[in-house]
Design a protein around this ligand. Sequence first.
Ligand SMILES: NC(=O)c1ccc[n+]([C@@H]2O[C@H](COP(=O)([O-])OP(=O)(O)OC[C@H]3O[C@@H](n4cnc5c(N)ncnc54)[C@H](O)[C@@H]3O)[C@@H](O)[C@H]2O)c1
Ligand SMILES: O=C(O)C[C@H](O)C(=O)O
Length: 306
Amino acid sequence: MKITVVGAGAVGASCAEYIAIKNFASEVVLLDIKEGYAEGKAMDLMQTASLNGFDTKITGVTNDYSKTANSDVCVITSGIPRKPGMTREELIGINAGIVKAVSSSLIEHSPKTIVIVVSNPMDTMAYLVHKSTNLPKNRIIGMGGALDSARFKYRLAEALGGPISDVDGMVIGGHSDTGMIPLTRLATRNGVSVSEFLSEDRLNQVKEDTKVGGATLTKLLGTSAWYAPGAAVSGMVQAIVCDTKKVFPCSALLEGEYGFSDICLGVPVILGKNGIEEIITITLNDAEKANMAESAKGVKAVNDLL
Ligand SMILES: NC(=O)c1ccc[n+]([C@@H]2O[C@H](COP(=O)([O-])OP(=O)(O)OC[C@H]3O[C@@H](n4cnc5c(N)ncnc54)[C@H](O)[C@@H]3O)[C@@H](O)[C@H]2O)c1
Ligand SMILES: O=C(O)C[C@H](O)C(=O)O
């Protein structure tokens, strides 16, 4: 299986590294617009192959889309990241043009590909790819919920004082500081509701910490995060390439699901060889439905800027 990752920056390189280390793909092509940059990252990563024990071949190219031809999955990470104090939405002016041009070049050379959109503001960038290409909706997937859910589990484990492997939980809604909806009601510690262990106040704190997870890291790092984003993308690519039917919250084009249409929003989906194989509709309570409506309103307002 051939995977292309556009953008050999922090997230793109991390994503390529995790895909290679998991050893499920034959080839990863890293593409960047900066002369020699992807070639350098690819060479550096290939020099970890004997150390990390993988056989995936990573190659780097400068803006040559012919080398990406017939990719099974293409990941778009090209674009600028936010700086401390910024929102993801402020990136739309620069990133929309980049994502539109990159997705068109990718699809020209890989018409059967599945596209994973990472660049921010991600829900709007995924919507833009839907609007500007003719790929079927199951083949355009936004990455946000997989990362936000990993941060939610991290915060839950911290509050519980237990291992993250005991915790399960999911974040739906838009990938923004205000639009994320960590579903505390459904989160569990080894099958037991987390509300059996944590007070409502503590759970609200977990929720708030999760929602600003990206902003917290941006303040600490001076740019946005890359390890967990790269790992989240690699998990989604693996589910598609290995046809695992694993459930991830992803930004998917909605056509009536959850009461919304003509919008990409984070909802649980089954990922497999066809990309989004099914959007799972879960029963939300009134507060969660109101949060989804608010989140959708926020994403629509950003979509209107396109
Ligand atoms: N969806 C998420 O959960 C999530 C998580 C982390 C980061 N992001 C977003 O991903 C994007 C990348 O973040 P980063 O930290 O890797 O940034 P980065 O600056 O480290 O890397 C971006 C790379 O894109 C390249 N690039 C720019 N325009 C290009 C083009 N037209 N064609 C090919 N390459 C191009 C740049 O040269 C650069 O190497 C940002 O928009 C960031 O906000 C999203
Ligand atoms: O926070 C950001 O701007 C990058 C990304 O969306 C994240 O959540 O880490």
